[in-house]
Design a protein around this ligand. Sequence first.
Ligand code: AMP
Ligand code: MN
Ligand code: MN
Ligand code: MN
Length: 274
Amino acid sequence: MIDLHTHSTHSDGLLQPAALVERAAARGVKVLALTDHDETAGLAEARARAAELGIVFVNGVEISATWDGHSVHVVGLNVDPGNPDLAAGLEWLRAGRRRRAESIAAELDKVGIGGSLEGALAHAANPALLGRTHFARYLVERGYASDVAAVFRRYLVAGKPGYVPHQWADLEQAVGWITAAGGIAVLAHPGRYRLDEAKRDALFAAFKQAGGLGVEVVTGSHHADQYPLYARCAQRFGLLASCGSDFHGPEEGRRELGALPQLPAGCTPVWTRW
Ligand code: AMP
Ligand code: MN
Ligand code: MN
Ligand code: MN
């Protein structure tokens, strides 16, 4: 049981790293990566608890990137969080998040939703890493939507109140920082990006060109009918296959820890590299 994509309170997850590891272990996970957005501060705590519980821990991160105007995520696995290139890149991304958060709050102000910067910060255990999920939790708290998923249908996305376009890292930067830190760059949940087939193939080609080595095939963000589709993409582009729940918390799950199916036959798993 392998889960290579999870979040803690150091980004927009709801469990502290140690509690996340405990939940994963209790649900039968044997190999776990913590992959907080643009942040590695939770890795030491998670690694220590994983050692106590006898599960294999993989240092991870999920880097926010922009490719051809689309927001895409790149997971880094087995990264050295002390690498200066990676650390500086992530710090730059977090600073951009803070500026974006101020703009999001200003946009929400325009539709009569006040106090959202403070409100989002109250939901962020790590004030250095502010994301839309923290705003979403504030909007739920204030009764603007019934849950976080409902917020993302009505706010914070293109064309809706509270949306702010943002320039993240280039694909080349995101992959480069991961590679510099000794890690394997994995394209996260490709099925979530709204791309037609030609654009999707162009993204895969650009990712590969930038030095990307893997792609998430089985993820909590994919429907079951997308697993074989992205398994074929992995094979066509010569990419290793990864799997991860993208777990954020017990109450906000798309997918629970330790509940993913096996990779489809024919995939070369990313963990064959370690
Ligand atoms: P950010 O990186 O701050 O732009 O926020 C992206 C995060 O918002 C993702 O990692 C998810 O945790 C969350 N998110 C985005 N879209 C949705 C959605 N439709 N439903 C629930 N959470 C979402
Ligand atoms: Mn998230
Ligand atoms: Mn993601
Ligand atoms: Mn994620």
